[in-house]
Design a protein around this ligand. Structure first.
Ligand code: AHR
Length: 328
């Protein structure tokens, strides 16, 4: 992506703070009839599904921002983590002639055709949360998180704390083919490279608590008390694993150290109780910025090609301090 701005995560609760690194043209006015100004803007939002606490907070933020009171008519679809259902939802938005489409892509690949169809229909597409591999000419803008940096931050903490002691790690990966999983893995692996941390096993838990638990049960059966460390690509999988660890008679946070990403309420509660050891935040409150981008694009105004929200990170002590004030 050529142009982008970095947004301070903490500021997303109210307003959004930005660091500009460039500027790109907007997606142009939509053909669907809204056209900005005081007209109601009809937006089709293709959400991934409802796989995690993070996703629930993101959906809530989007519904709040794309409200009637804010001048929107929102058509919401959650694709239950099925890429083909999400493509069908986008196609249906095109057929309905919406003014703009907002897409949180489940996976990176496979978007070229339907994004071309949207472009041909003169309907701008704004990405939120995850990214796609399709040409950036096919969408107007993106607002989301730096997943690679999230992985790097988690990996750096792990390397600093366990890197010089032989440590056996298992990994619960997010949805295979999603930018969140791919980029977090890349950032994490580069940060731990050259350390004494050995990856015993790494499998997907699809960002869900249930699959995190099942996969961790398998790891525990196979490797037992050899496991010293778990890196989970999100809190929910870490929370599922935590149940499996307790059921195996081990103490999470002590016998098996746990590092996750998201910082949703349940994850932060586990961290402040000493059951997790470190969490890198992934801020889900993207609605306000996404709505602002859509309004500008539909009005034919210029927007940046990408807006990156900055994340924080928490250890146990820091989590206990901020837990009550966390908005999600
Ligand atoms: O794309 C963001 C990721 O998707 C979050 O980390 C995870 O919880 C969600 O399902």
């Amino acid at each position: 992506m050529k142009a982008n701005k970095i947004i301070a995560g903490a500021a997303l609760v109210g307003a959004i703070a930005l660091t500009a690194t460039g500027c790109a043209g907007g997606g142009g006015a939509a053909a669907g009839g809204g056209g900005g100004g005081s007209d109601v803007i009809t937006v089709g939002f293709a959400q991934t599904g409802s796989e995690s606490g993070w996703r629930s907070a993101n959906t809530e933020s989007m519904k709040e921002a794309f409200s009637e009171a804010n001048g929107f008519n929102l058509i919401f679809n959650a694709a239950d983590n099925k890429p083909e259902a999400q493509i069908a939802a986008v196609r249906s938005f095109i057929n309905q002639g919406v003014d703009a489409i907002v897409l949180a892509p489940i996976v990176t690949d496979g978007w070229d055709d339907v994004l071309k169809e949207a472009k041909d229909a003169n309907i701008p597409v704004i990405l939120e949360d995850r990214t796609v591999s399709a040409s950036e000419d096919l969408y107007a803008s993106w607002v989301g998180l730096d997943f690679k940096k999230e992985g790097e931050t988690a990996g750096k903490w792990v390397a600093d704390n366990f890197g010089s002691t032989p440590t056996n790690m298992v990994v619960l990966e997010g949805t295979t083919g999603s930018s969140a999983a791919t980029d977090r893995a890349e950032g994490f692996n580069s940060a731990i490279s050259g350390t004494d941390i050995k990856v015993l096993d790494s499998q997907t838990g699809n960002f869900t608590r249930a699959e995190g638990k099942t996969v961790m049960e398998g790891f525990l059966q196979k490797y037992g008390s050899q496991i010293n460390l778990l890196f989970a690509h999100n809190d929910d999988m870490g929370l599922g694993a935590l149940e499996a660890i307790k059921a195996a008679g081990l103490t999470p946070g002590t016998d098996i150290k746990i590092v996750t990403i998201d910082a949703v309420k349940d994850g932060m509660t586990a961290l402040s109780k000493g059951e997790f050891n470190y969490i890198v935040e992934c801020n889900p409150l993207l609605g306000e910025k996404a709505a602002e981008i859509v309004k500008k694009v539909v009005a034919g105004e210029s927007v940046d090609k990408s807006y990156i929200v900055e994340d924080q990170a928490f250890d146990q002590e820091q989590a206990a301090k901020v837990l009550d004030s966390r908005p999600y």
